[in-house]
Write a protein of this length. Structure first.
Length: 406
C-alpha cells in the first residue's frame, strides 16, 4: 500500500531565498519573524494566544532544523525537540513568480520558466481597451478600483459605491492576478462568476495567471466581509504536472480546498471544497479515509496566506500555525503502512514585511510516515523535488524536473 498526502501551508516560508534581493525581499522570513515577534511579546492577542510560538509537532518533524538550514538560525523563543523523526529539508523556488500557481505547479514537478504578465503599479492598472471589452461583454456600466490594492481594504473603501452603482471592484496585486470583488446579494454570486469567466477569456492575451472572484457580504464599510465562495480561474500549467501523470497511471487525485482551481481542474479526480483551515483539515482527514492504494490527497491550507500573511497579522498567523500543528496527531493516527505525508509551502508572506504582498523565501519540506527513515535532505534546488519524491513513492515514472529525495 503506497498513498501520499501533500499538505501546502499557503505562504509558510522559512526565509533565506538566495534570490530574495531581486524581489526586494532580502531578509524576509515568515516563520523566523513570527517567532521573533512572539518571543518579544508582539504575538499576543487577548483571547487568541500569547507567548513564544509553540509548534511541538512540526518541531519534532524537523522544523527548527529546517529554519536553521534555510535562514541560518533557529527561530527565536521556540524549544528544540529532543528527537527529530521526520525527513526534513528546505527548497528553493526556480519559477520566477512568487505566486500561488507557480509555487504549486513547481511542487507538482512543473516549474514555470516564463514571466507572467503584471499590471503597472502607478496610474490606472488596467488598459482602457480591456475595461471597454469587460464592460461590453460583462454587461456592466463601468468598473471601480482599477488599481493595486489589498482586498479587504478596497471593499471597505469602495463597497458602498459598488452597491450603489452596480459596478464591480476590479483590482490587482504584485501577483499576476485580476481580482473582482462584488457583493453576493446586490451584484449576485452567479453574475460575479460569469463576469470572471468572461474576464478570464479577455485576459489570456495579457498573460495573466489568475482571475479571482472575491464575493463579499454586509451592508456598510464596517460590516463588509469576504465569503468562502472565492473562485480562482487559472490558466493551465505549461506542461503536464504530477497530477496529470498520476491520472495517466490510473491513480486518483483528491483535491482539497483551492487545489482544483489552482490546477485549472486538470489532473484532478475529485474536488473537496471546504472553508477555513479547520474544515480543510477535517476534509483532508476524510479524504485520507477515502484514498485508495496509489492515490494522492492534495490540500491547500489557504488561511495562513489570505487571512494572516496578506493582512500582516502576526498573532493571527501564529495562532493558525499553532492550531494546524495541534491537529497533526490526528493525521498520524490515520496513517497505514506505506503512507507518506509531505508538509510544505508555495512561497512566503511575511506578516512583518512592508506592503501586503508575498515574499520570496525558501519553503520547508517535511516528509514522514510509517517506514520513512528520519534524516536531513538539506537545501533542495527546486520545489519539484517534492513532486518527484511523491512520484517515486507512488511508483510512477519520473518526470523531467527535480530529483526524488526518497
Ligand atoms: O488582498 P487580497 O485580495 O487577499 O489578495 C491577495 O490574494 C491574491 C491571491 O492569493 C494575491 O494576489 C493577493 O493580492
Ligand atoms: Mn499561495
Ligand atoms: Mn496570497
Amino acid at each position: 500500500m503506497a498513498r501520499a498526502f501533500l499538505f501546502v501551508l499557503d505562504s509558510f516560508g522559512v526565509g533565506g531565498a538566495p534570490d530574495a534581493a531581486a524581489y526586494g525581499d532580502e531578509g524576509a522570513d515568515t516563520l523566523g519573524h513570527i517567532a521573533e515577534f512572539c518571543a518579544a511579546g508582539a504575538g499576543d492577542r487577548a483571547g487568541l494566544r500569547s507567548g513564544p510560538l509553540c509548534l511541538p509537532n512540526m518541531s519534532e518533524l524537523g522544523l527548527m532544523h529546517i529554519a536553521r538550514a534555510a535562514s541560518g538560525q533557529f527561530p527565536a523563543g521556540m524549544s528544540l525537540p529532543e528527537k527529530v523523526y521526520g525527513v526534513y529539508g528546505t527548497a528553493n523556488e526556480i519559477s520566477r513568480g512568487k505566486d500561488t500557481p507557480s509555487g504549486h505547479w513547481e511542487i507538482a514537478g512543473t516549474p514555470v520558466n516564463f514571466d507572467w504578465g503584471y499590471f503597472p503599479t502607478e496610474g490606472d492598472a488596467f488598459p482602457p481597451e480591456l475595461i471597454e471589452a469587460l464592460c461590453r461583454d460583462g454587461d456592466v456600466l463601468g468598473i471601480l478600483g482599477n488599481c493595486h490594492a489589498s482586498g479587504t481594504e478596497i471593499i471597505a473603501r469602495l463597497g458602498e459605491e459598488h452597491i450603489r452603482t452596480g459596478k464591480p471592484i476590479c483590482y490587482t496585486s504584485s501577483d499576476s492576478v485580476f481580482q473582482v470583488a462584488a457583493h453576493e446579494a446586490h451584484f449576485g454570486l452567479e453574475r460575479l462568476l460569469t463576469f470572471c469567466r468572461i474576464a478570464r477569456g479577455l485576459l489570456d492575451p495579457y498573460n495573466i495567471g489568475r482571475v479571482i472572484a472575491r464575493p463579499f457580504i454586509g451592508q456598510s464599510a464596517s460590516t463588509f466581509q469576504r465569503t468562502g465562495n472565492r473562485r480562482d480561474f487559472s490558466v493551465l500549467p505549461p506542461e503536464p504536472t504530477l497530477l496529470d501523470r498520476l491520472l495517466q497511471n490510473g491513480r486518483h487525485v483528491h483535491a482539497v480546498g483551492k487545489i482544483g482551481d489552482i490546477f485549472a481542474h486538470q489532473g484532478i479526480s475529485r474536488v473537496i471544497k471546504a472553508t477555513g483551515n479547520e474544515a480543510l483539515m477535517d476534509a483532508s482527514l476524510s479524504a485520507i479515509d477515502a484514498a485508495n492504494d496509489g492515490d494522492l490527497v492534495f490540500t491547500n491550507f489557504v488561511d495562513f496566506d489570505m487571512n494572516y500573511g496578506h493582512r500582516r497579522d502576526v498573532p493571527g498567523y501564529a495562532a493558525a500555525l499553532e492550531a494546524f500543528d495541534a491537529r497533526l496527531p490526528e493525521v498520524h493516527k490515520k496513517l497505514k503502512p506505506g503512507d507518506l505525508v509531505v508538509l510544505t509551502a508555495d512561497h512566503g508572506c511575511d506578516p512583518t514585511w512592508r506592503g501586503t504582498d508575498h515574499t520570496r523565501e525558501r519553503v520547508p519540506v517535511i516528509a514522514f510516515g510509517p517506514g520513512i527513515r528520519s534524516r536531513s535532505i538539506g537545501v533542495r534546488r527546486t520545489y519539484a523535488d517534492i513532486g518527484e519524491s511523491i512520484a517515486r513513492h507512488l511508483g510512477i515514472p519520473a518526470g523531467p524536473h527535480g530529483r526524488s529525495f526518497l
